[in-house]
Unconditional design. Structure first.
Lengths: 312, 178
């Protein structure tokens, strides 16, 4: 494992990473896990570094997780929410970023509604840019923590059957997960109503099914996505009730079609009773809260590994 | 690197560990407070051997931990290569303990400085003592060992390499010319 490093100084997406780079991040995250269990949850590795969280979309989990990850590595962090920033006064993204850069920060962690926004930023400013979700494009750290959680539970990823269920077309979590899991050698199936499955998604190396029971059959892990309620208003599925009936994962449907110990994941926030029933979300095979715990270790590993990138 | 001299053979390493174990028991009356923490990687293996030797001599079980000090290094911003972080495993409370910190080679003292900082993030030991299999001199910090397997005066152009069964498949300490 010696001398391995990430090629880029930014983390923009999983698509750009090699299998080895993904494994390096997961292996390093393993070592960072223990720090959050200590009484004094802090190591001095990133002392003197500054991290800016620049969130143009709402987020609790991701922003808190990045902030804690940075703080546990002793970096100084500041969060800028678009609702209280000069973005409201009409400042462009480039100008906002250049001004933050001028304050000599080392990392910009950004969530933005437009796909490719962090890529543009990475070309514009010198700090390391981490994509915390760009439109329906990628959410790399979520995919990394999902892979980490599967590996922790199942001991490996290669050869496992993982099904991603829900709105695949508009989901950055799905896209990053597909990249990560296929690179790591899992067999990935995507499942959802036809209107929410992107055309040609098979080109990414996944199987497609429009029936939940097909997605459950032989699956070692299920990643159940949040169904965004506003999609229904756009007519992409007839009603929330019908979605819950056809694609909602509950105890009965699992008992009938799934392996007994299938791993249940959800990136949050959950619509309880719609894509996932109460008893399954809180059930014995749900690792949803472990995903959240692991998210900090994975983000610590990313921040640490990027701190050494010299090339642009 | 050219090998110059063999400093310790397997018997030499074993007797050094046994002697350090005796010295630790002699120096510390509160034996139930003893704990041994090795600095990864080789220090962690030596810590286990030391605990084994203490068990053999005095029939007491001493808790063992292992620490990776990478995240406490003072050259993180200048190190040209990406260091790999290994996990730290200290699963007992350090408060009130007499901690024997173990490393293979004591050189500049910077690693020990990192280890001391990490140790006190885990609790408040009553006392920390340092054991090193080899002390090769050239300290850059005011740090000294309480227990030394062998003192080896070296030149800065030389390299001391400790090889252990657990990691290299052989027990020996060799001096090389860079």
């Amino acid at each position: 494992m010696k001398n391995k490093k990430l090629k880029s100084k930014h983390l923009l997406g999983i698509e750009e990473l090699t299998k080895e780079e993904i494994e390096l991040i997961l292996d390093q995250a393993e070592s960072f896990k223990e720090i959050s269990e200590r009484t004094i949850k802090k190591v001095p590795a990133l002392r003197g570094k500054t991290v800016v969280n620049l969130f143009f979309e709402p987020s609790t989990r991701t922003r808190t997780s990045f902030e804690l990850a940075a703080k546990r590595l002793s970096a100084d962090t500041i969060s800028v929410a678009s609702s209280s920033s000069s973005v409201l006064k009409g400042e462009t993204l480039k100008d906002t970023a250049r001004n933050i850069e001028a304050m000599k920060v080392d990392y910009i962690i950004m969530r933005h509604a437009k796909a490719g926004a962090p890529h543009m930023l990475a070309k514009t400013v010198s700090p390391a840019v981490i994509n915390a979700g760009d439109g329906s494009h990628e959410h790399p750290t979520q995919a990394l923590l999902d892979a980490f959680t599967i590996r922790q539970k199942a001991g490996k990823i290669e050869g496992l059957n993982v099904s991603i269920i829900g709105d695949i077309a508009h989901s950055r979590v799905a896209r990053s997960n597909i990249w990560a899991l296929t690179k790591l050698g899992a067999n990935v199936t995507v499942c959802g109503p036809k209107t929410l499955i992107p055309a040609m998604v098979e080109k990414m190396g996944v199987k497609v099914t429009y029936e939940l029971k097909e997605a459950l059959k032989n699956a070692d892990a299920l990643n159940i996505l949040r169904i965004q309620l506003e999609r229904q208003q756009r007519g992409l599925f007839p009603s929330i009730r019908e979605y819950a009936k056809e694609f909602g994962v509950n105890k009965e449907v699992l008992k009938k079609h799934a392996k007994k110990d299938v791993i249940i994941m959800h990136p949050g926030p959950i619509n309880r009773g719609i894509e996932l029933s109460q008893d399954v979300a809180d059930g014995p095979y749900s690792v949803i809260l472990q995903q959240v715990t692991n998210g900090i270790a994975v983000r610590m590993a990313v921040l640490f590994l990027l701190s050494r990138g010299k090339t642009k | 690197m050219k090998p110059k001299a063999k400093i310790l053979n397997p018997a030499g390493i074993e007797s050094a560990i046994t002697r350090i174990a005796h010295e630790i028991l002699e120096k510390n009356s509160e034996k139930e407070a003893l704990a041994i923490i090795g600095i990864k990687y080789r220090g962690a293996f030596l810590a286990e051997r030391l605990a084994g030797a203490i068990k053999k001599i005095a029939n007491i079980g001493v808790p063992i931990g292992a620490m990776d000090i990478t995240l406490y290094r003072d050259d993180l911003t200048e190190a040209s290569e990406q260091p790999i972080v290994h996990s730290t495993e200290v699963d007992f409370n350090l408060d009130g303990k007499v901690v024997i910190l173990v490393d293979d080679v004591l050189f500049t003292g910077r690693t020990v400085r990192c280890a001391l900082d990490e140790l006190i993030d885990f609790g408040r030991p009553k006392r920390i003592q340092l054991a090193a299999l080899i002390d090769r001199g050239h300290r850059e910090f005011p740090i000294r060992a309480d227990y030394v397997g062998k003192n080896v005066p070296t030149a800065l152009s030389e390299v001391v390499e400790v090889k252990l069964m657990e990691s290299e498949g052989v027990d020996e300490v060799v001096l090389y010319e860079k």
